[in-house]
Design a protein. Structure first.
Length: 377
């Protein structure tokens, strides 16, 4: 009997001990959870995942921005298109610039006052061409939402875009702080789309491909190519003009005379020409000049500027006698000139202005206007 009682007491003591130990463990667990230490492992795992995502995103972004020469693609932030009452939009461009540059110190972002006239594929292509850049970013500020567009010319038919609706408070009272907040959201989410290659396809026109279109014969002809390249291939030119000359002689009086001019030139180097000319008006002037031809294949007009020296012969056998007795003959002159030319088929229509400045007598001069034609060969 006594033995059974002892066993019973031992059993009760054991049960009570286990209960106390279990209670202590639960209390300790509750205390650990209240202090936040119970979530340490979970938070650490999320932080590691977030850090891995950031590193992966940065690596993808740098790969997308890399150029064949080893540098990074040029990025330009355009002036935002503002349809709101917001007065200052410059802080928004600063936010976009600093947000992108935070990805890596090697990323350089430039700002420009240029903006888009319309949200079309042609507008984006013209913008990257004018700025000589690879990527442009533009923000659109509307009363109900903000939009952002990222265009990379290396993927010419794709656009990366995001729109962010404004809260009711921001719609009725938009402040610079609120606009800056939504701009940060826009750039973050637009760059996420860019990194993940989540793009929209830009609409293109319905014109047939060039290889399926009929090529006009005159474009492909040898004669048309010769006309297009004549400035580069020609070594000589002849020019003739019929105009007027206004002279001011030793007595300070002006005399107007009609003028006939003939010019011939030879190419010295590249677009530099050596020209000789004879102008016949109230005097006969022999002139030698160096002239440089400025031209752009995308522009119709050509410009030619020159500087030279001239000598006036005796005032005999001239078109008009200088009745003011100007006394300009047998003098040396410095002759700056400028010409504007418009090519029409094989001939240039030319308008030239010349100023004959005496070598020593500064009170005397002749101003000549020479409309005419020029032919290169």
């Amino acid at each position: 009997m006594i033995k059974n009682v002892k066993n019973l007491n031992f059993f009760l003591v054991s049960v009570i001990s286990l209960f106390v130990a279990a209670s202590s463990f639960l209390v300790a667990a509750d205390d650990l959870q209240d202090t936040g230490l119970g979530e340490f492992n979970a938070n650490s795992a999320e932080a590691v995942k977030l850090d891995k995502f950031k590193q992966s995103a940065k690596r993808i972004l740098m790969n997308k921005l890399s150029m064949p020469d080893g540098g990074n693609a040029k990025i330009h932030v355009l002036r935002p298109i503002n349809y709101t009452d917001l007065k200052s939009i410059e802080p928004l461009r600063n936010t976009i610039q600093s947000s992108i540059e935070k990805y890596d110190p090697s990323i350089s972002v430039s700002k420009t006052d240029q903006t888009l006239p319309s949200l079309t594929l042609e507008s984006f292509r013209l913008a990257v061409a004018k700025l000589n850049t690879e990527i442009i970013i533009v923000e659109i500020l509307n009363a109900s939402n903000f939009e952002m567009y990222l265009y990379d010319k290396r993927t010419p038919t794709q656009i990366y875009a995001h729109t962010e609706p404004l809260s009711s408070a921001a719609r009725y009272d938009l402040t610079t702080e609120a606009a800056n907040y939504y701009t940060k959201l826009l750039i973050r989410r637009t760059m996420y789309r860019y990194i993940k290659n989540l793009y929209y396809e830009m609409p293109r026109d319905d014109s047939p491909p060039i290889l399926q279109s009929e090529i006009p014969r005159y474009i492909a002809s040898a004669a048309s190519l010769e006309v297009v390249n004549r400035e580069a291939d020609s070594n000589f030119y002849l020019s003739a003009g019929l105009g007027a000359a206004i002279s001011r002689g030793k007595e300070g009086k002006f005399w107007n005379s009609n003028l006939i001019s003939g010019q011939i030139a030879v190419r010295i180097y590249d677009k530099l020409y050596l020209e000789g000319s004879l102008n016949m008006f109230a005097y006969n002037a022999i002139t030698g000049s160096l002239k440089y031809l400025f031209y752009d294949r995308n522009k119709s007009f050509r410009l030619m500027a020159g500087i030279g020296g001239s000598y006036f012969l005796y005032d005999r056998q001239v078109l008009n006698w200088d009745q003011t007795n100007g006394g300009l003959q047998q003098n040396y002159y410095i002759v700056p000139s400028i010409s504007a030319m418009l090519p029409i088929s094989h001939v240039y229509l030319k308008a030239e202005a010349q100023l004959f400045i005496p070598y020593r007598a500064s009170s005397r001069y002749v101003f000549a206007i020479l409309p005419g034609v020029l032919v290169m060969f």
